[in-house]
Unconditional design. Structure first.
Length: 334
């Protein structure tokens, strides 16, 4: 009887432990490429969540194993995974409201300011409604510095020299440069350096981490320093139903870790990535192109028309004027 009682107790403890293990929550997170400055907000979030829940809630990050980057929003919509990162300009028709942040506001803003602006835009009712169509809740941004161009060929001297330049870049920036005659040319991210080398494209417009990742600067001859026509919006989203099903403590750990993850991301990006990029283009001997006040004003005038075109394009789909004015005010306050 003693032996039987011991066995029963052992089984009971084993069953309890199994229940505890089964109760642990694991989310699959779909990213792409490899771990880099661009993904450190998600990596830090995963670290914080696991620590705060004593391992009861884990974010399993996959780099390309769950979905293609341009299909991450679709995967979120039908619950193929619980969290994902994507870039709005990959499929503007799927998420038109958040493309407002990619418009060229022609203003120099810090990475921390960009993070703050994006978080507030994510709270706009029209934006929430837009992403709800995909069963998605915007969790946090991936703030990126203002994009600058690395190009081969003779260094740019006037804005007219953009005419005919084949550039790989996002919509807002290319909207402005297109008015100067630049040609938007799409090539896969992984083929940027090869495409520049072979002459398929002349230039790439990126944030520092992407220039480093693609090694665009190694085949470039010049780089802009103050284009200030915006950057891409690449948010992190979660499946809304999965978020609602989380235990309160797990939900609190997730949502309560966003600010800390973003603070870490911003500090890491500025101290490491931006500094590393600036050193790399200097060591490579690229000519630095800085626009003067007159050129900056001309770019801003072109940017104004691009912003108005965005409002007119989407005014039949949602209150684009309200979303634009709200976002413009956020930039103006910085």
């Amino acid at each position: 009887m003693k032996a039987l009682r011991t066995s029963l107790i052992t089984l009971a403890i084993g069953g309890f432990m199994a229940t505890e293990v089964a109760a642990a929550t694991e989310w699959n997170v779909s990213l792409w490429g490899k771990r880099r400055a661009f993904t450190e907000n998600v990596e830090k979030l995963a670290e914080l969540v696991e620590a705060k829940t004593n391992g009861e809630f884990k974010l399993n990050i996959s780099y390309g194993g769950l979905s293609k980057s341009r299909e991450n929003l679709d995967g979120i919509s039908f619950g193929a995974f619980e969290m994902a990162q994507f870039c709005a300009f990959y499929h503007a028709d799927k998420n038109p409201t958040i493309t407002v942040t990619e418009l060229p506001f022609a203003k120099e803003v810090s990475l921390a300011q960009i993070s703050d602006i994006y978080m507030k835009v994510f709270e706009h009712p029209e934006v929430k409604k837009d992403l709800a169509r995909w069963n998605a809740t915007l969790l946090m941004p991936t703030p990126l510095p203002q994009y600058n161009i690395v190009s081969k060929g003779d260094p740019l001297k006037t804005l007219e020299d953009f005419d005919g330049l084949r550039v790989r870049g996002p919509g807002g920036i290319m909207g402005v440069l297109g008015k100067l005659g630049a040609v938007k040319t799409g090539v896969p991210f992984s083929e940027v350096r090869q495409s520049m080398d072979s002459g398929v494209i002349d230039a790439a417009s990126f944030a520092p981490h992407a220039h480093l990742s693609t090694n665009s600067y190694k085949v470039g001859q010049w780089a802009t320093t103050n284009l200030n026509l915006g950057s891409a919006n690449c948010p992190v989203v979660v499946n809304t139903e999965a978020l609602e099903m989380l235990k309160p403590a797990h939900r609190e750990a997730l949502l309560g870790s966003v600010d800390e993850a973003l603070d870490f991301y911003v500090q890491n990006y500025e101290q490491n990535t931006t500094a590393k990029y600036e050193q790399a283009i200097r060591q490579q001997g690229l000519t630095l192109v800085t626009f003067n006040d007159e050129q900056t004003e001309q770019l801003n005038q072109l940017a104004q028309s691009v912003r108005q075109e965005w409002v007119e394009k989407y005014q039949g789909k949602f209150d684009s004027q309200a979303v634009f004015e709200y976002t413009a005010q956020l930039f103006a306050e910085q």
